[in-house]
Design a protein around this ligand. Sequence first.
Ligand code: SF4
Length: 385
Amino acid sequence: MRELIHSNRMKANFHLIKKSLGMDWPRRKTKAVFIGGVQIGGGAPVVIQSMTKTDTRNVRATITQINRLTQTGCQIVRVGIPDEEAALALREIKREIALPLIADIHFQPRLALLALEYGVDGLRINPGTIGPRAKLKEIVGLAKERQVPIRIGVNAGSLEKELLAKYGQPTAEAMVESALRHIRLLEDMDFDLIKVSLKASDIARTVAAYRLLAQQVDYPFHAGITEAGPLLRGTIKSVAGLTLLLREGLVDTFRISLTAPPEEEVRVAQLLLASLGLGSFGPELISCPICSRCEVDLAQIVKKVEESLSGIRESITVAVMGCMVNGPGEAREADVGVACGRGVGVIFKKGRVLRKVKEEMIVTELLKEVQEFLRDRSDRRKKEK
Ligand code: SF4
């Protein structure tokens, strides 16, 4: 009971704080589409996507990477289909993965038809550039028959020549006009299982484009800052841009694009949503930045705790704090925490002090309490059913 009160109090506090800070962000109202069994838009929680970085023709490597993404918590995966051999690989890939699969295709209608034949759950094509109108009609007809949504992906770097001539450069307005053209093509074929993305490599244009398009259509948005860069740089840029979009309720699904393994894209996405209180994806680790008051090797302790927590999927808040001045407050608020002193750590659970342990035992003892917390909670939930 005590632990239930502790966790309910924490949740209530968090929601109150979010509300008082104006962080209770309403979502834009959109239609819903389904990629496999995953709902996008229509009020569903924000969905995390990634894209494989293997050669899709290398079926084994692609399946292995997708399965790793599944374990990391990715919800939808996209693969690039540059040629017919890659399209043919979809049949086996689709058979051996659990994640909904999107085929990303440019210019070649035959590849889109093959992808649909092999059971993909979503297509990313640009209707205006996929080939002659008759071919588009064939693709749209098959997508409709199979209830497969199409994402229109407008990229500032590949806008139509006449739009570049009209606007002088790839402005947000030009991107939106391009998206509307593609949307109308599908709507004229009585197709509305549509998602839209408007990507530029700078935040200002990306945000401006989504804001503009949101005033004109109610299709769900796939968001992201494209070509954001390597891990650290790309994370910061993506998080800055996506936070602005999330703040305005303009994100229904998103990918963090990084020059890094795709699992890192998913981890960053999860941490972003968790930090904003928009989702819970396994443990939350709170740790202090360390200052001269710290009298243990906190960086090592945090590193080991983080590694050990990475295998846990359940939500739990763990705090690792460096001193007895500011540490006990955070450690007490967490589900499990430690506040360190000179060569020791005081372990907390559910707001209570448990015991003092030597520095070399902090990680072991903390993780023991984490496991016990998860076991007790799971037992309690089973009993409540
Ligand atoms: Fe410094 Fe203590 Fe704050 Fe850590 S918790 S940064 S050691 S004052």
